[in-house]
Ligand binder design. Structure first.
Ligand SMILES: [Zn+2]
Length: 449
């Protein structure tokens, strides 16, 4: 890996506070950090170990997905067209329970492979209950920037076998946080991950919030207010709405990221605003599970942090940030009018707003001097894209007309992980064939459950 390199680009979409789009500029990177952004002719190419000539491509910040489940990638296409609670009970919980270390490793690899080749450079992963060290090892080896944690489940009416003792769940989470938080020069961070109200005791939710405070820069990540059947059950269990309940037990705040936030009342919106709690919006999953449409324009008007995630592959069914951006925009327009969720706004949710949600906006989310080199070069010269691309329609070209196949080059922390659209980390055939083998074995185990 070259320590000092230059990237020449056709345009740079910076996602900085002025939304600068630069033409004829280059970016210099040294030891993984962006050191200079200037007109290409101002650089002396001989000073660099390597010069990447991407002058036909557009450079953007790597996408940041604030809610994914790497452990579920193997289950894509195995749980379609179902209600959320049925989806969990009949498929997802049993499959997660049956993961071996090997099947989980392949699931994570497949997910990271898809994410990186689609231009995603940072994720917040919900993890799974068993063998979570496997996911951390894959994150470390793949070069991915990530927050991840063991998924915590100590109550489970849907699948009683898929839970563990409260104390064990807390102790193991603490041990993982000690082992993996801030490893790889801070590229990997810990996210404490109680699954959702219906699979967690109050003791677990509260003690986890206490524990999270011991790890500076870590997060508290859970699901909330996704589905009507779910919030009805939450009401029965707690006597409150989901976010009101979280507020009553003190787990909300600027380090808490809630996936979904669809079915919320006025009081809950006020709570989100006052506590600085983050919402991760997952439009594909919300549509596919018929969960509903979160009022994202309202959240943005209130100044509530919103970022995007693909959620799990079995409820999407892909991990493309382009799909999430496009849908995040389109699903709001019939409800709130065509001017809401414009392409630039949505692009920011996928980049710098994702970084802010995770508290890493000083190091990621935009192309600026001093930030980590998490960079993606995309090709916008295709039949499905505008013929003339300028500063204004470049956002619509990315949000409405692009897809992972347009992603050509990806760097994370200055390390190149995708070149010419191909992964430099994984051998595609190997990941596919081993993935199929592990999935077949897992489904065999499922017969006996
Ligand atoms: Zn989820």
């Amino acid at each position: 890996m070259a320590n000092k390199f230059l990237i020449k680009a056709n345009k740079i979409v910076t996602a900085n506070s002025n939304d600068n789009v630069l033409s004829g500029y280059s970016v210099s990177v040294e030891n993984g950090i962006i050191t200079e952004i200037d007109r290409t002719e101002n650089f002396n190419e001989s000073e660099f170990e390597k010069v990447y000539d991407f002058s036909g491509l557009v450079l953007i910040p790597g996408f940041i997905q604030t809610h994914v489940h790497l452990c579920q990638t193997l289950f894509r296409g195995l749980a379609d067209d179902l209600e959320l609670l049925d989806w969990l009970q009949k498929h997802i919980f049993p499959y997660e329970l049956l993961h071996s270390e090997n099947s989980l490793a392949l699931s994570a690899r497949l997910g990271i492979y898809e994410l990186q080749t689609g231009g995603t450079t940072t994720i917040l992963d919900m993890g799974t209950m068993n063998h979570q060290q496997v996911v951390f090892n894959e994150l470390i080896n793949s070069g991915m920037r990530a927050f991840a944690g063991k998924c915590m489940i100590d109550e489970n009416d849907l699948l009683p076998q898929f839970k563990e003792d409260t104390k064990k769940s807390i102790e193991e989470s603490y041990r993982f946080a000690k082992e993996f938080h801030n490893v790889e020069n801070g590229r990997i961070k810990y996210a404490f991950a109680p699954r959702f109200v219906l699979s967690c005791s109050e003791e677990l939710l509260i003690e986890t919030a206490e524990m999270q405070k011991d790890f500076d820069g870590s997060l508290y990540h859970t699901h909330s207010s996704e589905n009507k059947g779910e919030i009805e059950a939450v009401r029965k269990k707690t006597g409150m709405e989901n976010i009101e309940y979280f507020d009553s037990i003190g787990i909300l705040g600027e380090r808490t990221v809630l996936a979904h936030g669809i079915h919320v009342n006025e009081k809950e919106i006020e709570i989100l605003k006052q506590t600085g709690t983050r919402i991760s919006h997952c439009p594909s999953a919300n549509l596919k599970l018929a969960s509903g449409t979160a009022n994202i324009p309202r959240y943005l008007d209130e100044g509530i942090s919103v970022s995007l995630g693909a959620d799990g592959p079995p409820c999407n069914n892909n991990l493309s940030m382009f799909t999430e951006m496009r849908l995040a925009s389109l699903i709001q327009k019939p409800l709130h009018g065509p001017t809401v969720m414009d392409a630039k706004t949505v692009f920011r949710l996928a980049t710098i707003e994702g970084a802010k949600a995770l508290g890493i906006e000083k190091e990621a989310g935009s192309i600026e001097v001093g930030k980590k080199a998490d960079l993606v070069a995309i090709d916008l010269n295709n039949p499905e894209q505008p013929l003339i691309i300028d500063e204004n329609n470049i956002y619509s070209s990315i949000v409405y007309s692009s897809s992972p196949k347009h992603v050509k080059e990806v760097f994370i922390d200055g390390r190149q992980v995708v070149s010419g659209g191909e992964s430099l980390i994984y051998d595609k055939d190997e990941v596919y064939s081993n993935g199929r083998k592990e999935l077949s074995a897992l489904l065999e185990r499922a017969v006996n459950l």
